[in-house]
Design a protein around this ligand. Structure first.
Ligand code: NZQ
Ligand code: ZN
Length: 385
């Protein structure tokens, strides 16, 4: 097993009715910026619950954080935080609102131009504004990790950054919030979390036996609850297992001591930046083709995945190939359309565009073995047409 450090200071407060704990979780006497998205929290009553449980605190609200949050919007929030002398930020929303708040948290006291945080992928280790979250959409794991993804609208770039100072102080995860989610967003959540596990699991054989078993357990749970939770989000057993699986898929635990890939996400982010395709849907387009193109270096883990998660039998090559097909079938069950042509128009130059961008950024070797070269990226994207 590789050496590792496990540091995760987020206080995860999980379960029905836990929003009531807000009063004691937010530091006393804080002046709070309540950050939210396009307004779903007003329709489903979450805003009302949050306000009710923040009696006595001074609150300034900032709404309009869009899905795949824009740097331009977030900088407006940074101005509000400075002008209002805010000392605690509360994100109420999905991954986009939480990621947006992470950017604000890092940008307020940043010396220099905050766009560098994104374009130079700076590690944020100090000088942040503390923040907590009330999660409304299980998917990204952002509620218990220190990463964030922000889009610069002006340049159509979707860029990831993070650092140890960007863990939420607390995250309230009440599974009953999912009842107001559109089906499409629940489907997205399942597929995003599923792919997070695959990014950290479908690499090459290693000695992290426990990490593999936990990863397989998350995959099996998502397969078990995914289709049902889309149809019946009010079923608490399904909702709570879905929410917990999403958090566990990307809170850092299964990544410790093992190699990880993340190329599906890096390519997928470009599809969102170019065509506005939902994050999870870009992963369903790219992931399976990446496993096909990288078959030779991933086949041992693909075969393990096929045997343990789908109970397949046969030769290593057969099981590995069938496991990819089973993955695509699961994505279809979860409402994904796995071709780029089914998700975007005028996409014929996508592969060249992405390769060119990666080349300019110096991203010439991706994946756990750094063997996903630009030629392979091109092959993967073209296979996805
Ligand atoms: O904006 P509002 O009105 O709140 O509506 C949102 C939004 O339209 C809606 N929604 C959220 N909770 C709801 C709800 N509607 C009804 N009832 C509720 N309870 O859902 C829509 C999508 O929300 P969004 O936050 O964009 O979705 P998600 O949580 O999937 O986040 C996606 C973003 O996270 C990034 C993605 O790239 C993308 O930008 N990621 C962040 C990661 C991280 N920080 O670790 C890792 C991921 O791989 C991912 O890249
Ligand atoms: Zn993701």
């Amino acid at each position: 097993m590789l050496n590792f450090e496990l540091y995760n200071p987020t206080n995860l407060v999980f379960g029905k009715g836990q929003i009531e704990k807000l009063t004691s979780l937010v530091p006393q006497n804080s002046k709070i910026l309540l950050a939210y998205g396009g307004g779903s929290i007003f329709k489903n009553g979450i805003h009302e619950q949050v306000i009710k449980n923040l009696k006595g605190f001074e609150i300034v609200e900032f709404g309009g954080i869009e899905p795949n949050p824009h740097y331009e919007t977030l900088m407006k929030a940074v101005d509000v935080i400075k002008a209002e002398k805010i000392d605690f930020i509360l994100a109420v929303g999905g991954g986009s609102v939480i990621d947006g708040v992470k950017f604000m948290s890092a940008a307020v006291h940043f010396q220099g131009n905050p766009i560098d945080i994104l374009q130079k992928r700076l590690l944020i280790k100090e000088n942040t504004v503390p923040f907590g979250t009330v999660l409304t959409l299980p998917a990204t794991g952002s509620e218990m990790n220190s990463g964030s993804v922000v889009t610069i609208k002006a340049t159509q770039e979707k860029l990831a950054f993070g650092g140890s100072a960007l863990f939420p102080k607390f995250s309230i995860c009440d599974p009953t919030v999912i009842t107001s989610l559109p089906k499409r967003q629940i489907q997205n959540g399942v597929v995003d979390a599923y792919t997070h596990v695959l990014e950290q699991y479908l690499t090459y054989p290693h000695e992290g036996m426990l990490q593999d078993r936990i990863a397989e357990g998350i995959l099996q749970t998502l397969i078990e609850v995914g289709p049902g939770v889309v149809e019946n989000p009010a079923d608490y057993a399904l909702a709570s297992n879905f929410m917990w699986s999403c958090t566990m898929a990307l809170n850092g635990l299964i990544q410790k001591g093992v190699p990880s890939d993340w190329a599906t996400h890096m390519i997928g982010h470009e599809l969102t930046a170019l065509y506005g395709i939902d994050h999870a849907r870009t992963l369903a387009i790219i992931g399976p083709n990446l496993y096909k193109v990288m078959f030779e270096t991933k086949k041992e883990k693909l075969a393990q995945y096929g045997k343990r998660v789908f109970n397949l039998s046969g030769t290593e090559n057969e099981v590995a190939a069938e496991a990819i097909e089973k993955t695509v079938a699961f994505f279809h069950t979860m409402g994904m359309k796995t071709l780029l042509s089914e998700n975007a128009e005028n996409f014929e130059k996508t592969a060249d565009f992405i390769v060119d961008r990666f080349e300019k950024r110096g991203w010439k070797a991706l994946g756990e073995k750094q063997n996903i070269t630009l030629e392979r990226v091109k092959e993967i994207v073209i296979m996805s047409y």
